[in-house]
Design a protein around this ligand. Structure first.
Ligand SMILES: *Cc1c(COP(=O)(O)O)cnc(C)c1O
Ligand code: SF4
Length: 352
């Protein structure tokens, strides 16, 4: 690590912060990668549970912090469900494909996706700290994307040439798997593009690897001329406790606008009680529920799908229970549409 060529200036760092920054890398190195080990840590065995056989392509990956928020002895634990590779992943289900979002059509330069007006997305890395079994980019051709900072120049140049773009999304994979030095270099380069106004971070690390919320990263967010927006990704209220809740508080107390996106997942959060509690906990932490995504129909994820009709009834119930600001937008991505399409419940007065 750290051997990549960094062509932009690095900032000097104190001994204390270097130690803190290394914590998350150690946590990542110590993450669980073996399904049997994961189950046995929870007092479970694989007996009666059929696991996927394709393990090499998208292997299990779970940091200790996330594991510590699962309930022992419960094979149906909603956090375990998100990360345990079940045999259903091997099923070939019609309609579930490799590139369900047709993202390949929107690749404007290596690592740059420009799909929506005013916003463009940089795929900064293919790596994640957790492997979510329902991931919509699980088949993304990350190996074709840039690795060293210099390789990003074509993407930066494309951003430079299009002054309709006001916001850059840092995504992946998980952009926070890059070191703070590397992120700082990326941010400084983006700051040099005059028409950019906002920098949006799409990351699950504050949820699954909370010690990644380092002082250096917070400082990078709050010292930039680009207004920061952080979009985290939690699907169940049990995720938002302990070290995760503390990390999220650090983020919101630093004054950073923080939103959450969730995916509607069978066996994880397909109930009004769970979705309502997820929203309430987010609001308690100062985070606005942003999107509830209808599952993208990506190969290997069919067993997580909740029918849209069910999703719509859940949303109607949520609206009754929660203040309007705590209700996320239920959306679906439709290739070719100019925005993520809101799935709307019909009001009683409009119903025929
Ligand atoms: C989801 C997404 C965005 C952001 O969309 P918002 O509706 O602004 O959250 C931008 N670019 C790409 C390629 C996306 O998939
Ligand atoms: S954190 Fe996001 S990109 Fe990474 S595996 Fe999970 S859903 Fe996919």
């Amino acid at each position: 690590m750290g051997s990549g060529k960094v062509s932009l200036a690095e900032q000097p760092r104190s001994e204390r912060s270097r130690t803190a920054s290394d914590d998350w890398r150690r946590s990542l190195a110590e993450a669980i990668r073996d399904p049997d080990q994961l189950l046995s840590r929870l007092g479970l065995t694989a007996v009666g549970t059929r696991l996927a056989t394709h393990g090499q392509k998208f292997p299990l990956l779970v940091p200790e912090s996330f594991l510590s928020r699962m309930q022992s002895g419960d094979i149906n634990d909603p956090l375990l469900r998100q990360v345990l590779p079940l045999a259903e992943e091997d099923d070939d289900v019609p309609g579930f494909t490799i590139d369900a979002l047709e993202e390949a059509n929107f690749r404007k330069a290596p690592g740059l996706l420009h799909k929506y007006e005013g916003r463009a997305l940089l795929v900064l890395t293919g790596a994640c700290a957790v492997h979510c079994r329902y991931c919509f980019r699980r088949h993304y051709p990350y190996s074709q994307e840039p690795k060293r900072l210099d390789d990003w120049e074509p993407a930066f140049a494309a951003l430079e040439q299009d002054d309709s773009i006001h916001e850059v999304l840092l995504s992946g994979g998980d952009p926070l798997l890059l070191t703070d030095e590397r992120l700082s270099a990326v941010v400084r380069r983006l700051e040099s593009i005059p028409h950019l106004r906002r920098l949006r971070w799409h990351t699950r690390l504050p949820i699954v690897l909370p010690n990644r919320v380092t002082f250096e990263w917070l400082d990078l967010l709050t010292s930039s001329r680009l207004t920061p927006v952080v979009v985290v990704h939690a699907n169940h209220p049990h995720e938002l406790v302990a070290d995760c809740a503390l990390a999220l508080r650090q983020l919101t107390q630093a004054g950073v606008v923080t939103l959450n996106q969730a995916v509607l997942l069978r066996g994880v959060n397909d109930s009004v009680e769970v979705l309502a509690e997820l929203s309430e906990r987010l609001i308690d932490l100062g985070i606005k529920p942003y999107y509830l995504h209808q599952l993208d129909r990506v190969a290997g994820t069919a067993h997580f799908e909740v029918p849209e009709e069910t999703g719509l009834s859940l949303m109607a119930e949520l609206r009754k229970r929660l203040p309007g600001y705590a209700v996320p937008q239920y959306v679906r991505e439709v290739p070719g549409e100019a925005f993520k399409v809101p799935l709307a419940e019909r009001s009683r007065t409009n119903a025929d």
